[in-house]
Design a binder for this molecule. Structure first.
Ligand code: GLC
Length: 741
């Protein structure tokens, strides 16, 4: 439809019809099998509202959505199509590694390919827009949605967010296989006080702008068609009613002119926050803040009409919101084709294709982080007898709680993949996890059938299983222990104060360690965990995160050495929960504790724990070794108009081809506001043959040196800087350069 036709359409619409376009109802009002991802707050909708609401969330399936669209359009007075949105977070049916794992790949182009593949499956299943990527910066391992973030660093976060937006959207939304991307949750939802879900966020504007906003901005600059508000208050004001945050920062400063949708029920929650008296005030505040769509609440439906009729709110505001929604539907081509790509025949071809499985395996392999490899116990030796033991030996649900359409049945377990090995001798002894021992794990939505089945399965675990495991461990040359969090222990509403593995799994670990010290531990989970004992007592430690449908194949590929794990930590791995939030780009403080040696008594440290995390951001091992020279600069000073080229030579000093992630860190030594000890400003992932050497160069620009000064200006200041090019945030030697007038 042409722009002027859209405007004409808007003029023809009644007030009621306009308000309906701003209502998004849960799919449960249309189909019984809808995914419910929030509290059904007892909202009441009239049949007219149900059949004229502008969009629906939580449904997928080509045939079902085509039928629903037909029924809807038959009633729609202006033939405005219904918009279908769904949480396609890391895959629809082919499940890719969780976003945190994709952050660990340090490979934005790979994440873009995964998003494109996920978008193709979603599009053919009738979905028009996904509620992804989540761009929230996360530095607190207690928060359950770490799994959905790309980590603790603003630069990595922004690169991954932009790549995923492009992967979903491509060049044009109306193109086949493309769906809209929704950058969320605006803003700073990843910094809840005490790591507790939905809790208040207190950030100075400086910290907000310096660290938490950049990734959203990169997602918007990449063309995201939608932004979602966050549940949290930001410095006492709920984001969903925050005019400064939405009108000034998001729309005016960041130039976002797409659709702003609330999170589930967040407009109504303005009342629960104690920010609005009732529905009318909530509707007005949200509309004035620029929230276009009220997701899963009846506030807009119940109150916007009255506000406008009683002239408490201008119809112009309503028209602007409705026009943005109509424009999005138009960009998706829905006026010409309300089904977009929904196609039952194609669905069977596109979904779970071999090509997508292959990509899922590639992404899983690139996301694994090898933290320890003592005596080069990995890759496994062909002649060794290997016992695979633990809950994840044959656990199919290696995906997150957000893998809405993901099915464990599609997954290849580690033991299934091992059974296909011809050159290795594996014996698998699954020791079912005792789900009850997962502290505080309550059933999601109360009706999770899988939960009941899993509990029943669990109760079968007998002492025989445990002793069979120990017998296998005693007879093996190497034991691979596959342990981890349950997938429902991370994700939304899954904050934890204890980030250790379940005690039952630690008992199993200690029992195995007594009979065999050649232990490789593979850890699954959606957040950084307290792995001190596991790390200390294992010879090798591999983080598998929640790797998705091809997790089993990917793990065997890596354990046998056919592939190399090339992930690097996107979040610091804490010593323990007491250290959290712990992240590398911290401030020096006035009394920095000397690293390692006996610290000065009065210095910034703990009495009972090192300052350093167990494993640092950007760290990870592979199956070869590299040497990286000290950076060489083509000049050691620059004006604002000039650049510096910083180069290193890297050589593969090992015996096999391997990858390395070269990371560029910069420090501003002195400035009008304190600057972090270092910040990631670039990275390049490269692969070299044994003996191969390569020069890698980074361009240092003045833009990289900017920060928000004490007046909030985005500026650089002349003076001394340090630069590293290394394989983690704690390695490499600094070289200095000067920014001068
Ligand atoms: C949830 C989540 C949000 C999701 C939305 C729709 O509460 O916070 O990320 O996209 O509701 O499911």
């Amino acid at each position: 439809m042409k722009t002027e036709e859209l405007k004409t359409l808007l003029e023809k619409m009644s007030l009621e019809e306009k308000v309906h376009q701003l209502m998004q109802l849960p799919g449960a009002y249309y189909q019984g099998n809808a995914e419910i991802t929030g509290n059904m707050n007892g909202d009441q909708y009239t049949q007219e509202e149900v059949w004229e609401a502008g969009s629906v969330l939580g449904l997928y399936g080509a045939q079902a959505l085509r039928q629903l669209q037909d029924a809807y359009m038959a009633r729609q007075p202006h033939h405005i199509p219904l918009l279908f949105m769904l949480d396609v977070i890391h895959g629809l049916r082919t499940i890719f590694p969780i976003p945190l794992a994709q952050g660990a790949s340090f490979h934005p182009a790979l994440a873009e390919r995964c998003a494109q593949a996920a978008g193709e499956e979603a599009a053919v299943s009738g979905v028009h827009v996904t509620f992804a990527p989540m761009a929230d910066l996360v530095r607190d391992a207690r928060w359950g949605r770490c799994m959905e973030a790309y980590g603790e660093d603003p630069y990595l976060n922004g690169e991954m967010t932009a790549a995923v937006v492009k992967g979903f959207q491509g060049e044009k939304l109306r193109d086949v296989g493309r769906i809209g991307a929704c950058v969320k949750h605006f803003a700073a939802y990843g910094a809840p006080t005490a790591g507790r879900e939905y809790n208040n966020v207190e950030l100075s504007e400086h910290t907000l702008r310096e660290y938490y906003l950049p990734a959203y901005e990169k997602g918007i600059a990449a063309g995201a068609c939608m932004v979602m508000t966050s549940f949290n208050t930001l410095n006492g004001i709920p984001s969903t009613g925050n005019r400064w945050l939405m009108r000034d920062v998001l729309r005016r400063e960041m130039g976002f002119d797409g659709v702003l949708i609330s999170d589930w029920g967040a407009v109504k929650e303005l009342i629960a926050h104690g920010y609005c008296e009732g529905s009318e005030e909530a509707a007005r505040r949200a509309m004035e803040a620029g929230v276009d769509i009220d997701m899963a609440s009846d506030v807009y439906g119940k109150s916007l009409l009255r506000l406008i009729r009683e002239e408490k709110m201008s119809e112009e505001l309503l028209d602007q919101a409705v026009y943005r929604v109509l424009t999005l539907k138009n960009k998706l081509g829905l006026f010409e084709n309300p089904y977009k790509d929904g196609n039952g025949t194609q669905e069977n071809i596109v979904i779970l294709s071999e090509e997508k499985r292959k990509l899922a395996k590639e992404a899983a392999i690139e996301s694994f982080v090898l933290l320890k490899n003592q005596d080069e116990i990995l890759p496994l030796k062909k002649e060794n007898k290997v016992a695979l033991i633990g809950p994840y030996t044959d656990w199919k649900d290696m995906h997150s709680a957000w893998a809405i359409a993901g099915q464990g049945q599609d997954a290849i377990t580690v033991s299934e993949a091992a059974a296909l090995e011809k050159e290795f001798v594996f014996c698998s002894v699954p020791v079912e996890p005792i789900l009850e021992s997962y502290q505080g794990l309550s059933r999601k939505n109360g009706s999770d059938v899988q939960w009941e089945e899993a509990l029943l399965e669990n109760r079968k675990q007998t002492q025989e299983q445990r002793s069979a495991a120990l017998t296998a461990a005693a007879q093996a040359d190497t034991v691979v222990l596959l342990l981890g969090e349950h997938r429902l222990q991370s994700g939304e509403a899954a904050s934890r104060v204890d980030i250790r593995l379940p005690e039952r799994q630690m008992e199993l670990f200690r029992a195995v360690r007594k009979v065999n010290q050649n232990i490789v531990t593979v850890v699954f989970g959606g957040r950084p965990l307290d792995l001190r004992e596991i790390s200390e007592e294992s010879k090798a430690l591999l983080l598998a995160w929640l790797p998705g449908t091809e997790g089993g194949n990917a793990i065997i590929e890596v354990l046998t050495g056919r592939s190399e794990p090339t992930g690097r930590l996107p979040m610091s791995l804490p010593q323990c929960v007491g250290q959290v939030p712990v992240f590398y780009s911290e401030y020096q403080t006035g009394r920095p504790a000397a690293k390692g040696e006996d610290p000065v008594f009065y210095s910034s440290r703990y009495l009972d724990c090192p300052n350093e995390p167990l494993y640092p951001f950007g760290y990870g091992l592979g199956y070869t070794s590299f040497e990286i020279t000290v950076p060489i600069l083509n000049r050691n000073y620059m004006s604002r108009e000039e650049k510096i080229l910083a180069s290193v030579e890297i050589v593969n000093t090992g015996k096999r081809r391997g990858s390395q992630v070269l990371q560029l860190y910069i420090r501003d030594c002195v400035a009008s506001v304190v600057r972090p000890v270092k910040e990631l400003k670039g990275f390049q992932k490269i692969c070299l043959n044994p003996g191969e050497r390569k020069q890698i160069t980074f361009e240092i620009t003045e833009e990289m040196l900017r920060f928000h000064d004490e007046k909030g200006r985005w500026t650089s200041e002349e003076g001394e800087f340090q630069l590293w090019i290394s394989d983690s945030c704690v390695t490499g030697r600094a070289v200095g350069f000067t920014l001068r007038g």
